[in-house]
Every structure is written in structure tokens, then in C-alpha cells.
Design a binder for this molecule. Sequence first.
Ligand SMILES: Cc1cc2nc3c(=O)[nH]c(=O)nc-3n(C[C@H](O)[C@H](O)[C@H](O)COP(=O)(O)OP(=O)(O)OC[C@H]3O[C@@H](n4cnc5c(N)ncnc54)[C@H](O)[C@@H]3O)c2cc1C
Ligand SMILES: *[C@@H]1O[C@H](CO)[C@@H](O)[C@H](O)[C@H]1NC(C)=O
Ligand SMILES: *[C@@H]1O[C@H](CO)[C@@H](O)[C@H](O)[C@H]1NC(C)=O
Ligand SMILES: *[C@@H]1O[C@H](CO)[C@@H](O)[C@H](O)[C@H]1NC(C)=O
Ligand SMILES: *[C@@H]1O[C@H](CO)[C@@H](O)[C@H](O)[C@H]1NC(C)=O
Ligand SMILES: *[C@@H]1O[C@H](CO)[C@@H](O)[C@H](O)[C@H]1NC(C)=O
Length: 536
Amino acid sequence: MKPHGLFCPNVISFVSSLLFLFRGAALAPENHENFLKCLSLQSDTISKVIYTQNNSSYSSVLKSSIQNLVFSAPTNQKPLFIITPFHVSEIQAAIKCSKKSGLQIRVRSGGHDLEGLSSISDVPFIIVDLINFSEISVDAEAKTAWVQSGATVGQLNYRIAEKSQNLLAFPVGTCPGVGVGGHFSGGGYGALLRKYGVAADHIVDAHMIDAKGRFLNRESMGEDLFWAIRGGGGPSFGIIISWKIELVDVPSTVTVFAIPRTLEQNATKLLHKWQYIADRVHEDLFISPFLYRANSTMVCLFTSLFLGGVDRLLPLMQESFPELGLTQEDCREMSFIESVVYINGFEIRESVNANILIDDRFIKRFFKGKADYVIEPIPKEAFEGLYDLFYEEDPRTYGLLVFFPYGGKMSEISESEIPFPHRAGNRYTLLYYAEWQDATNEASQRHKNMLNKLFNYMNPYVTKNPRTAYINYRDLDIGTNNKLGDTSVQEASVWGKKYFKNNFYRLVHVKTMVDPENFFRNEQSIPPFNLLKDEL
Ligand SMILES: Cc1cc2nc3c(=O)[nH]c(=O)nc-3n(C[C@H](O)[C@H](O)[C@H](O)COP(=O)(O)OP(=O)(O)OC[C@H]3O[C@@H](n4cnc5c(N)ncnc54)[C@H](O)[C@@H]3O)c2cc1C
Ligand SMILES: *[C@@H]1O[C@H](CO)[C@@H](O)[C@H](O)[C@H]1NC(C)=O
Ligand SMILES: *[C@@H]1O[C@H](CO)[C@@H](O)[C@H](O)[C@H]1NC(C)=O
Ligand SMILES: *[C@@H]1O[C@H](CO)[C@@H](O)[C@H](O)[C@H]1NC(C)=O
Ligand SMILES: *[C@@H]1O[C@H](CO)[C@@H](O)[C@H](O)[C@H]1NC(C)=O
Ligand SMILES: *[C@@H]1O[C@H](CO)[C@@H](O)[C@H](O)[C@H]1NC(C)=O
């Protein structure tokens, strides 16, 4: 199986035939009624957007945004209600009434959370699904846009290109179906990161509802909270409705290539060399290798986006990475928006139309990911040991490593500018990814075991104390809060410092100010400081 895009594997077509059984959390019937009554008192329009478990559309609305089929399984707890608001007042009502009834809220934008935290919970809960908060308004002259959280990054890319004749863009991830709400609040990046940093670096205002149900903008939320929601993870702080972003320039012509090299074609040597140049070459050049097994050999697929024409790219490659042997024939020139589509599937499409980026939601499957950061180049022998782990696997097990180069703009922004802390010093990030199409426990275990084996093997070669991670590649294996969600700051710092380094403590400070009762919480939410549990 070949990888299908920069971590947007969208080729596998698999129709889920899972039986969808309800396992609703227990809540006394009178509490149901109280909750619904409370909602109708708070908002006149809300009854039109509440899906109870009795509603014939409940199951399809619930499943529609669960991107990882692991979390559609019948054994997962289901929300008591799903609310798909059109109005701010409906979100405010959902918060106030959930609090009153002791229900937890899971906010969902695009539903890509790798651990399913936007759709499942172990305690009685509701989902506020922002699927219909998806407006995008682009002001090409001012080079800004307002985008609502329920929009996808594909829709955003498309609208920006359309309104700017392909001359403006936004540094988002490469998978078009990813939701703006989760993506921006965790950082968010793709092939523009060396040139422009992460999505959250370009947010200049936001609208959100806090735990008290207040509507806030940048001015009224204050700089601490505004800092926290740009990379600290949304769900600890409230429901972010929309974001004002500053758009970035892209040239009218960009160049892409995707070159596979097997071990026989010196893949190891090339990958080894890549480590020395990828974060130092010109920031217009982004080269991201994918490493996977192909029968009895390994393949390293060198994929690239260059912000310019092929005539400028070839000499740059000749100077910094001649071993790859890039030729004019390997390269394709296109507009930036075409490259977004290309990178998503490594295929040339006749034309980029709205359908590809707007409606082409990604095909669901089972998956799991993990992430690492690398500071020092990994020796060749270490790669060879890694291949052995791939060869040991059952050939049906599908997994790959994606190497994402940093450097450029990423090294110019300080670690504490926003909560996303992975800046200067990081050569690249490694993404471990496995996917499968078979709903059995055996398949799921086999794939997870493979990732764990790869991850354990890499321990000597990646960041230490802490072994850093990226919140948007959420991984509950690195530590979680306790079941009640009232973990101490000390306990949460185990996983918190991996995602945020020392920014974790400022996030705790913000959380303590804006949500001292810890209403917005999940398995990896920032805890408020608590005098009983946390020593001064
Ligand atoms: C196929 C795939 C490809 C990916 N590619 C990339 C990539 O190229 N680059 C990259 O950086 N990341 C990538 N990611 C990771 C992605 O950025 C995160 O999973 C992101 O959090 C998804 O956002 P979402 O809105 O789709 O998910 P959701 O599951 O809806 O949300 C994720 C988390 O944020 C919370 N949340 C969502 N909306 C809000 C809101 N409005 N207010 C407050 N909290 C909110 C949710 O409760 C949940 O905890 C990818 C993930 C997948 C599955
Ligand atoms: C289901 O919920 C939606 C949204 O509230 C509502 O419009 C619809 O009438 C409900 N359908 C049934 C069968 O209850
Ligand atoms: C669902 O329907 C059952 C039986 O018709 C009823 O007893 C129950 O109260 C309903 N639940 C909700 C949440 O409307
Ligand atoms: C979102 O809005 C559209 C258009 O109004 C509507 O058809 C759709 O049912 C809504 N989705 C949900 C889940 O409420
Ligand atoms: C592999 O590298 C060697 C030199 O190190 C070179 O002679 C050989 O041609 C390369 N093979 C391929 C297929 O590029
Ligand atoms: C593995 O071998 C099979 C059969 O020869 C072939 O169809 C398939 O494409 C190969 N897989 C890869 C990833 O090269």
C-alpha cells in the first residue's frame, strides 16, 4: 500500500458496516427533561437543533463527523444529546444547562481528534457540534479573513484562493477535511510551516464563549486567554466560535515533486542526508519524506512543495541535495491551490474545483498516530534497525513514518510566543501513523503494537526530558488526567510538559482564571490550580 498524501491518507475506500448500538450514559429521565426544559427557557430556537437519542437522525449526526472509526464502535459511550447550533445563544444555552445538569460538553468542529475526544467520553455528556458554524469571509485587500470553527481547512484554502486570484493562502495542514476549530486551537501546520510557521501564529482575533456563558472577543477575553487558545488546545478554555486570521502571500507558480527511492536506490543514504539539509535549506523549500515498507524493501518517498518555479528549484536542489538527482521531469509547476490538491493525493487533477476541497470529505477508517521531535540526525544504522521492525510485522499491518522538516520561520518564533513550543533546535518532527480497515480487535491491537514498537525503538534518538509531542497529534499513551478529571497540576504536567514544555504552567494559570471549576475538561485538559491538591 502506498501512502496517499501528507498524512491525509484518503484513498482507502471502506464502507463501515458497523452496527451502531446505543450505550447512552445513565442519566435519570427527569434530568433529561430538566435539561431540555432549561434549554428551551434559554433559547427559542434551540429545539430545532437538538438531537435526542430518540431522534431518527441522532445516529447519522453523531457518526457524520467521527473521522476515526475506532470511535464509532458500539462499545463507546454515546452523548445524551447532540446540539448543532446556528446561533451563539444556542451555544450559551448548552453551556449553562449542561452545568446545571452536571453534564460534560464535548465540542466538535471537524472531528479529527486522534483519540476521539470530540465525540466520546466516559461520563454523561453532550456534543456541541459546530458543523453549521462554518462561514468564511475573506477580505483579500486587507489580507485578512474571519473563519468559523466548523469550516474545514480545505474550504478555507479554496475560499482564500478564489478571493485572491491564487495569491494568498494560510499555513494550514494538508488534509482538507480537518476542522478549523481543533486545528487552530492546537497550532496547525502543513507545507507552509518553514516559510510562515503554524496557523496559530497568524491569528489576530477570536470569538468564544467561556464557562460562564459569556461571549468574548480578543479585547474582552484579555491577552492571557487569547494566548492560551492559540495552541494550548481549545477544549480546556471554552468554545471558540470564530477566528480572525492574517493571510500570507504565495507566488503565482509553485513546484511540486514526489520521488520514491527504495533501499536498492540508496533510500537510507538519502534519508540520512535529508536530515542535515531539510531544516536549513531556503525556507521556500519544504521536503517531507514518507517511509514505509513495500514487500521486501523499504521505500522513502520524498515529497516536496517549493514556493517558486522549477528554474529556481533545480539549482537549490543541486546545491543542497544533489544525491536525490532531481530533474526537470520530476517536477510539476502549478498554482498554490492546485498544489494543495496534489499534496493531498499526489495526483494531478484536471482542474481544482470547489468539490475537491469543499466536499471531498475524507474517507473514514481506523487509525492511530504518535509524534516525536528530533534534534540530532539519526545514524544510518538506526534506520536499518527500524526497517527490521517493519519486516517483522505481519504484511497486512500498514504503518508509516512521515518526516516533517522544521527550521526557517519556525526557528524565529520564541517558544513562549504562543503555547505551541516546538521551535528553534527541532530539526524535524516524526509522525508515526497506522491505519486499518478491519473492525476486529486483532487488527486494532496489531497496528497499535506496531506503533508502540516503532515508538519504543526510537527513544534514544528523539527529544528527552520531556520526550516532546504535538497536541494536534493527540496521544493518550503519553499520560492522561484521572477519570474524574480533577488531576493535580503535578500529575497533569507529565503529559502537559510534553505538549507545551514550560508553557504548561502559564496554561494552568489561564485555566485557573477563566474556568476555576474545571467545567471544560477531558482526558488531557489543562487542570486549574487547586489549593487542596497543589502545593504553592
Ligand atoms: C487525517 C488527519 C490529517 C491531519 N493532518 C494534519 C496536518 O497536516 N497538520 C496538523 O497540524 N495536524 C493534522 N492533523 C491533526 C489535526 O490538526 C487535529 O486532529 C485537530 O485537532 C483536528 O481538528 P478538528 O476540528 O477536525 O477535530 P475535533 O475532533 O473536532 O477537535 C479536536 C479537539 O479540539 C476540540 N475542539 C474542536 N473544536 C473546538 C472549538 N471550536 N472550541 C474549543 N475546542 C474545540 C475538541 O473538543 C477536540 O478535543 C490531522 C489529523 C488527521 C486525522
Ligand atoms: C430530530 O431533531 C431535529 C433537530 O432538532 C428535528 O428537526 C426533528 O424534527 C427531529 N426528528 C424527530 C423524528 O424527532
Ligand atoms: C425516548 O423515548 C422513550 C419511549 O418513547 C421515552 O420514554 C423517553 O423519555 C424518550 N427520551 C427522550 C430523551 O426524549
Ligand atoms: C446544517 O445546516 C444545513 C443547512 O441549513 C442543514 O441541511 C443540515 O441539516 C444542518 N446539519 C445539522 C447536523 O444540523
Ligand atoms: C547509490 O550510491 C552510489 C554511491 O554512493 C552510486 O554509485 C549509485 O549509483 C547510487 N545508486 C542509485 C540507484 O542511485
Ligand atoms: C508488493 O508486491 C505486489 C505483488 O507483486 C505488488 O502488487 C505490490 O504493488 C507491491 N507493493 C508495493 C508497495 O510495492
